[in-house]
Design a protein around this ligand. Structure first.
Ligand code: NAD
Ligand code: GLY
Length: 368
């Protein structure tokens, strides 16, 4: 290579998300975190990189170096890892930092981390001065296939998961699968919950790639990552702000999942593990309420087991889970609304599940 030729180009796939009036790219490619500065392409502006301690120890230096090399002034805010960071108190600290930096609407917030950092930094970017530029740089499998794409940003409030939030599309999403090499096994499994969710909702090639890929969970086939991002982008494109019922399908498994996550104090189960149990519950309910055949439900349950997700609900009180299901954001007039499956690839949204069946499915999750 000639000395002045610069770094070799990185092979990257680009998926376009069209969400209402906004269009942006999800760039997927090994090595892209080091190129984030050049991909941002905003010289003479400043960037605040928001990350957590675990992620920062691996990736912050290379991201900051890339931003500086691209002519962007950059600062970092490194936060404790975990769902507790997705709080109004930490959000206020983030506003303070942006204020002290004199950040303005031409500046960029880079969310470097998993879904916690993406949701929190995204909400700060959405609301500070009515909107700074947001770049999502997801480092967990869950955030790559789901959280970083589609513009849902939020923090938790009291017992309400994602209770303070909005829709705010990023300007760019940069996904570097190399970052998955340092992801703890438990987090890999959690990411598979959203992959299985997408597979069951999409059916077809996406489900086939999911079933083929689950044997090598820690190194997901790039075609699977791309298929998941394309599926999410297509759903978001049809219903960017979850107003027509189409995007609501992505809440499959989340009504019970969120209740389990909160009932466990965000410590007993990770988000992905709780969603895995929520998917088991949704498959069980789908057999009883929306006509999903037993073979398809069994296929979903086996896939969740192969993904290393919990088989049973333990360590949380059934009564707490049942109570929290009614507090889900999607509840209308006190009745929880569920996303269930009629068949693989055919979801039904807004299904009212009678309270006795809600309690029964929680008992089934404990006793199975
Ligand atoms: P997370 O952000 O808490 O990350 C999980 C753990 O992995 C953390 O300890 C983190 O420090 C560590 N980590 C992250 N990347 C790493 C890496 N490459 N190497 C080593 N360690 C790494 O959790 P998550 O599962 O990514 O996200 C869960 C959150 O995402 C929840 O709050 C959930 O509500 C939210 N979510 C949002 C959406 C959305 O559409 N906005 C979708 C799904 C989930
Ligand atoms: N994760 C659900 C959604 O983005 O709508």
């Amino acid at each position: 290579m000639r000395p002045d030729a610069g770094p070799a180009p990185v092979a990257a796939v680009s998926v376009t998300v069209r969400a209402g009036l906004e269009t942006y790219e999800v760039r997927i490619g090994a090595g892209l975190l080091g190129r984030l500065g050049e991909l941002c392409d905003r010289p003479a502006t400043q960037a605040l990189v928001v990350s957590d301690e675990n992620v920062a120890s691996w990736y912050l230096e290379r991201v900051m170096a890339g931003l500086e090399a691209a002519g962007m002034r950059s600062a970092a805010m490194v936060l404790p890892p975990g769902e507790q960071t997705k709080s109004p108190v930490v959000l206020a600290a983030l506003y303070d930092r942006l204020y002290d930096l004199g950040a303005g609407r031409h500046d960029t917030v880079v969310a470097l981390g998993g879904g916690v950092i993406g949701d929190l930094a995204g909400y700060a970017a959405a609301t500070f001065q009515r909107g700074l530029r947001l770049v999502q740089a997801p480092t967990t499998l869950l955030a790559m296939v789901d959280a970083a794409v589609g513009g849902k940003v939020a923090v938790d409030f009291r017992e309400g998961k994602n209770y303070l939030g909005t829709f705010y599309q990023p300007a760019l999403v940069v996904e570097d699968p190399d970052a998955l090499a340092t992801l703890p096994e438990r987090e890999v499994h959690g990411g598979w919950a959203e992959i299985v969710k997408h597979g069951l909702l999409a059916g077809g090639v996406t489900l086939a790639l999911t079933e083929a890929g689950v044997a090598d969970k820690a190194r997901p086939d790039p075609r699977l990552l791309e298929a998941d991002v394309r599926f999410k982008a297509a759903v978001v494109g049809r219903d960017p702000r979850e107003t027509t019922g189409v995007r609501a399908m992505l809440n499959f498994g989340h009504t019970v999942g969120h209740a389990i996550e909160v009932a466990g104090g965000f410590a007993r189960y990770s988000h992905g593990e709780a969603v895995g149990l929520g998917l088991r519950a949704a498959l069980w309910l789908s057999e009883r309420l929306t006509g999903l055949d037993a073979a398809a439900a069994g296929r979903g349950q086996r896939l969740l087991s192969a993904a290393g997700l919990p088989e049973r609900l333990t360590g949380v009180a059934a009564a707490d889970v049942a109570r929290l299901i009614g507090r889900d954001k999607k509840a209308a007039a006190g009745a929880a609304r569920f996303v269930l499956l009629e068949e693989v690839g055919r979801p039904a949204t807004g299904v009212v599940v009678p309270p006795e069946l809600q309690s029964e499915v929680v008992a089934w999750l404990i006793g199975r």
